[in-house]
Ligand binder design. Structure first.
Ligand SMILES: [Ca+2]
Length: 279
């Protein structure tokens, strides 16, 4: 009898413990979830990345730059604005437009990237992207965005297309099916970094323009933490200082000579930069 009483008391105490665990989990699970998100907020501000200007090239002052890529001696540019959006191939040294596709007047062009033998161009509000043959600029395909987002910037790490939408979120898309494979939220020490615009993947990191800012941020691909900042305030053309439309936008990278090319919307120049740290 005593043994049975003990067993009953033991079972009751275990049931109480189980209830306590369940209640504790229910109460604290949301808190734990939030804490894991906070882990991606860096404790310290990003380091300033030193650089020097190593070249200046002409840039068509009518180019409302939305996408910028360098490959094999040429710049490729996607421009925006209704009625003047385009895809261009440009001679670096002279700024001469060697090849151009003009988009329909009701389409606002956005970022571009080169994936294998194709150029992919986003649109701002149209919910679609365009695929072109890199050599001929022939239109090959139109794809629908897999999520209802605005199209802003695009780059590739060779495995995924990486897209910004004006928030602090980056989407990683399969380059064939255009399905979302991953998401990455970008934070600095103050919290989410919004308005992430033109992108460039370089050696395991993503460099990004932040809309209406003269800074380029360097983002850790695994954590989304901002690791460094390139302050380009001194190259903003005098006539555009403090301007909200004609802002720094456009990052291209020459992996062979390890040089960056940057420009802005309607800027008359493309600047060549060398970072004074390893990328
Ligand atoms: Ca770019």
């Amino acid at each position: 009898m005593i043994v049975e009483d003990c067993m009953i008391q033991y079972l009751i105490s275990q049931a109480h413990k189980l209830m306590a665990v369940v209640l504790t989990s229910c109460l604290f699970f949301p808190l734990l979830f939030d804490l894991s998100a906070l882990e991606n907020i860096p404790e310290k501000p990003p380091v300033k990345i030193p650089y020097k200007i190593t070249g200046t090239y002409p840039h068509s002052p009518g180019s409302f730059t939305q996408g910028f890529v360098y490959e094999d001696g040429f710049l490729y540019e996607g421009t925006g604005q209704y009625g003047s959006s385009s895809l261009r191939k440009i001679k670096l040294e002279t700024g001469e437009i060697l090849k151009e596709v003009k988009l329909p007047r009701d389409i606002f062009g956005e970022g571009i990237t080169i994936y294998e033998d194709r150029i992919i161009q986003l649109t701002w509000f149209s919910q679609v992207g365009f695929v072109y043959d890199k050599k001929s600029f022939r239109h090959l395909d139109t794809f629908r965005y897999p999520v209802p987002i605005e199209g802003w910037g695009i780059t590739t790490n060779g495995k995924h297309l990486i897209i910004s939408d004006g928030s602090n979120r980056l989407y990683f898309l399969d380059p064939e099916s255009f399905e979302v494979k991953n998401r990455l939220d970008v934070h600095d020490q103050l919290g989410p970094v919004l308005k992430i615009n033109e992108l460039e993947y370089v050696k395991g990191a993503i460099y990004a323009n932040v809309w209406q800012s003269h800074e380029i941020i360097k983002i850790n691909m695994d954590s989304g933490k901002v690791m460094g900042v390139i302050d380009l305030g001194k190259i903003v053309p005098k006539q555009f200082k403090g301007h909200n439309d004609y802002v720094l936008n456009g990052i291209a990278y020459d992996s062979e000579k390890k040089r960056f090319f940057v420009t802005g919307k309607m800027w008359p120049f493309v600047f060549e930069l060398a970072l004074l740290v390893s990328e």
